[in-house]
Ligand binder design. Sequence first.
Ligand code: SF4
Length: 380
Amino acid sequence: MKPPMRHLYLHVPFCPTICPYCDFHVVRRGPGLVERYLERLAAEAANLYADHPGPLATLYLGGGTPSYLRDHELARLFDSLPWTFEAGAEITLEANPGTLSPARLELVRSLGVNRISIGAQSFQDRVLDRLGRAHKAAAALRTVEHSLATGFRVSLDLILGLPGQDVKADLETAAALGVGHVSAYTLQIEPGTPFALAGMTPDPDREAAAFAAARTALGRAGLTRYEVSNFARPGEESRHNLAYWRMAEWGGLGPAASAHFYTPAGAGVAERRTNPPLPRWAVGESPARETIDPLEHAKESLMMGLRVREGVDLDALSARSGLPGLREVLERAARELVPTELLVAGGPRLQPTAEGLDRLHAAVLSLWEALESAYSEEDS
Ligand code: SF4
């Protein structure tokens, strides 16, 4: 029997303002829009529950800005989720600074949320202004302080390597706050966003220096880099995101949410389901379904699994993909990569080195080439 779906992502697409670098599926509130969203969400949750009754180990409310929903809307949203939770389940709410007062934090806690992911991005007002963020640094500091005082596990999002940013100051502030988890990103200039249209381009040297500074400052505060962009104190890692990197099964609710399920033998290895954007999702359009074949699954598992220091369990991947001799193919390719010092090979897991996390692309591409030359012809 298939194990139960233990992980669920729920997309809340509403934001008070749309940041100029954002390429997530986000909208502003409009008359009746949240009402229609909540109605459709309840129906979608009931359908998913019928096939995947859990219980859940993790629930992640992302967006958008889930904390931008009003109190009664948040309560109604949680009311419409039929799942029960495993003991010690992780329930995360993404929040923007300024959207969570102490009273709201109490409400959110009473709904079952135990982890808050705060989109601080920077603690410098001029940088926040340039990013087009709706909040000031003081609001971010207050939200972190109140969240910790209310007893939540807290994760901070930071953007590093921005023009005019004092990276060291931002990292030192983050390190001193006592949070258990920091996600540190460089600004992605996505095509079509206002930043891209204004001709902004990334600066890889400045970004590399910013990440080196992050390793030092956050490391001193006991937060170690367990994934390319994520730092945590021991036990504070994001269990929900680990499910993605480990290629577990997860469900998705809400517009543009995606899901990943394994399929019965003979029907490919896995299926990715992606919900349509809000206007089509709200009228009940079904998700797009894409079958992931064994080779693609192996490639995706390497790309995701090598983002994490724990790496990829080779026997588990071989069993999931069903590709004959997969472990040997990967071990051979990894041995050739050993001189590059990007990977640790030879044990039951293929793991990135600290250097490998910085230059993952090169290692993953070599492994992909080995997979393609071993299995592409067989498929044709
Ligand atoms: S707050 Fe986050 S999700 Fe909302 S527009 Fe800004 S970057 Fe996008």
